[in-house]
Design a protein around this ligand. Sequence first.
Ligand SMILES: Cc1ncc(C[n+]2csc(CCOP(=O)(O)OP(=O)(O)O)c2C)c(N)n1
Length: 941
Amino acid sequence: MSNNVNAHRSPYDVFSGPNLGYVMEMYENFKEDPESVSPDMAEFFRYYGAPVMTGTTGAHAQAAAEVPEGDFGKVLAAYTLIDAIRNYGHLAADIYPLKDRPRDTTRIELSYYGLTEADLEKMPAALFLQEVPATVETGLDAVNYLKSLYTGKIAYEFGHVIDEEERKWLLSQVETKAYKPTFNADEKKELLERLTKVEGFEKFIHRTFIGAKRFSIEGLDTLVTFLEELVRRSESDAVKKMLIAMAHRGRLNVLTHILNKPYEMMFAEFAGVPPEPFLPEDGSLEVTSGWYGDVKYHMGALYKGEAMDRFLAYNPSHLEVANPVIAGQTRAAQEDTSQPGAPTRNEKDAYAIMIHGDAAFPGQGIVPETFNFSRIEGYRTGGSIHVIANNMIGFTTEFWDSRSTMYSSDPAKGFEVPVMHVNADDPEAVIESAALAFEYRQKFGKDIIVDLIGYRRYGHNEMDEPLVTNPMMYHLVHKHPTVRELYGQRLVEEGVMTAEQVEELDEKIFKLMQAANDRVKEESKDAEPHVNDTPAIVLEGIEPNIETGVERERLEKMNEELLTYPEDFTVFSKLGRILQRRELPFTNPEKGKIDWAHAEQLAFGSMLQEGKPVRLSGEDVQRGTFAHRHLVLNDEKTGKQYTPLQHISDAKASIVAYNSPLTEFALVGFEWGYTLENKKGLTIWEAQYGDFANMAQAMFDQFVAASHSKWGQQSGLVLLLPHAYEGQGPEHSSARLERFLQLSAENNWTVANISSAANYFHVLRRQAAIVGTEQERPLVIMSPKSLLRHPLVGADVEDLTKGSFQTVLEQQGTGQNPEKVEKILFASGKMAIDLAEQVKDGEGFDHLHIVRVEQLYPFPEARIQEIIARFPNAKKLVWVQEEPRNMGSYSYALPYLLDIAEGRTIEYVGRIHRASPSEGDGASHTKEQKRIVADALKKDE
Ligand SMILES: Cc1ncc(C[n+]2csc(CCOP(=O)(O)OP(=O)(O)O)c2C)c(N)n1
């Protein structure tokens, strides 16, 4: 049968001539008085609206001619029934392995529409199906045929897919049974063997490592079958990389059977001996691990297949958070960033598979956040395949306490994502659903969901007794045969295998596992447990003084190019004038300095010329929250965009800035994922205001701060978090610097609060220099607001042509008479500039010196020691900050100050302990800020 079923044509197509005239007359009557027509007809008109006069020729018209006069109401009812089967068949489908949910057939009963079998037998099947299978002759056959498709082991929900072409395609695939497996005996035996391995692996661990947590897949064994089918199809469709995000459940099985992590490695992990000796010698498997490590069901792997790579993302226990990470990583895998301009992309090269939990999917907000990326230019990946590993329970919580929707998948419907609910006990149906999901993704480049419905054979983990909390479900589970047993029985019934052969297969697989475990025991006899020392390279930190200056000629030429626009491009005139001032630092330095955004653009441009791409993403980043950046310009007349940095000469890499959706949590995850795959340049996330970074806290805790130590995953992600006390109230003041400092250890990242545009230029370039090297680590910048254009912050061209990032700067003007200095102030970022504004050239401030701590972590202890050694009479070290005492950097810096104080006293100047980061009104802020500056600068009596 062809794929040409016209599943959604208008029911009016079947009427022509006098029949159509009759229907129209009835419709007119209905409009005047709905009760003047029969109830079924009234419902039909309500549903389909006014009759339309299209499709009155060809097959339908001929078929219509065969409808006996006077049966219009019945035909209309039959149409409504057919439509209902397609739309509501899922309610009656056989998708629950435990059969503990009623199958609702109400809306697909003939009687519901006033129809009898005899009525339908009088109608030709061609009325309802364009391509009629040989066995289908009458309308009744057509109804039964469609019922068999829509109420079987796969239930389809396509009604919410608005795109007509897509919906037609989906229905036609179902109605032509396009992907129904037609396995021969050998293929069936092979499938049973694979299912036996999936089950055997879990059983073997259960018996051998008693009491070990493994978050068994059992009850959803065919999740592996599903992935196997995706692998098969992807490989034959020239996909280069498949990237999977999943949580704990079933992960070990997926690692083993999809990522090809050897049984020996898995058993070694359970036995607590090093798994590395069992890595395949052919180099096909890459498993990284940090020095501190993580539990085995959080570890990922990369399998480098001959045809395609398969990657399983490392994940923390936080459910669903790996989804945006894998989306970002997939995006990077699809992109080529090695050419000037914007990156180019091939969405067929790589795709993401996201495996969700049925409780987590509707419960976690990061799920819709990630779905929202799926069709947005800067974040799309051409469709992810989603699987809800639906075991009908979350920990001990049953579905009615987990969600307000009927299906776990329902929240995705707003994104028009087609949904299939599949009975996980039927491996062939599972394969069919995987095939349809893959082909849909490849054809339409959009997301699709398979809600794989099974059960959980044990408690949340294998030590839990689920009968305590979920007795009704578990009475059923305990009686329920396994997928392998069911499929084995089916093959016996079909005569493909004997019961003995099924049994032998089970024993064969058990022996396979046994042999693997024996090898582990034998070869690990003398193995030492892991030593958890931080590697020396990590402890060494970033090599000091990486030279990051750029020749003046290069900067000057680039600057000119950045201010040259295509002839047919009109920059908004006021902005054009503002940008033109960027000429001054080069032509008339007395009149203008290089401000923050200007320094940033010159840094970006220089990176592009060095082959280092830049991706900037965040809310309103093209212009910049504070209207400072203008990396992307908009033509005042046409609205066309122009990105000058995409057009500079000698560029060898791409640059792009995407205004992001109003999302933080998933977005940080996305950009983080991007950095794992693209190791060439800078990937930057900028928060609108730093306080919104709060929304992504779990990403910082679980990934950005800790991934190197846990999983051996390095990233050079840059976070720009506007932070400074400028009277904007409790939220828009603080990026919660203290949280980043609290997470700082083992050189896991750099945390900076910079007070000079030149130093910003150099830190960006230093960051670009370490990406992709062993020194790679994230960079967290408390970025400025009012400082963006502050004259004391601006740079001269010469500041960019030489030197390197300075972890510490000394305030010009102070400390000129070392003998006279009584106290040394330490401040960062805007606080340092507030002090600088007062001390000016230092006159009247001989009693103090100011040290700007530009890099807070790693704390530049040695540099600071060198500085304070120059001031023999300084008896006091004063930490000055804007934030309350329990926030900001004071608590973090205090132990370092104590270390270097050598008898000097340590003083704190800043806001007192507060529950909220800052006062709410501008006047109080100004007063408090003045008080802090005055306290810090005063000469002690
Ligand atoms: C964000 C988050 N909240 C809570 C938990 C604790 N937790 C672990 S598993 C689980 C139940 C998950 O249920 P479901 O999504 O159905 O997946 P299943 O474990 O049943 O496969 C919970 C609440 C967690 N891991 N992550």
